[in-house]
Design a protein around this ligand. Structure first.
Ligand SMILES: [Zn+2]
Length: 79
């Protein structure tokens, strides 16, 4: 049963309903991560999907670049 609200390990926002939650492997199983309690974290379904099978540090870089390119697109930089 879903009693308390949890926090997404990837974006830090609260996960309010059970249907939005997903179990993410910190080190993806496809990269040799183990299916143990210390290697799993609760995240939003969409955050987990976006992460795919990236490692945590790769995910951070990916997010940083995304933000950076978004700023460029919105800014005054033209080709
Ligand atoms: Zn999230």
């Amino acid at each position: 049963m879903w009693v308390q609200s949890k926090t997404c390990a990837l974006c830090g926002e609260a996960i309010k309903v059970y249907e939005d939650s997903s179990v993410d492997h910190i080190i993806p199983v496809s990269r040799g991560g183990k299916d143990t309690e210390s290697n799993v974290q609760i995240t939003h379904v969409w955050c987990n999907n976006q992460k795919g099978d990236l490692l945590p540090w790769q995910d951070k870089i990916f997010r940083f670049l995304n933000k950076h390119f978004f700023k460029i697109r919105k800014g005054k930089i033209n080709k």
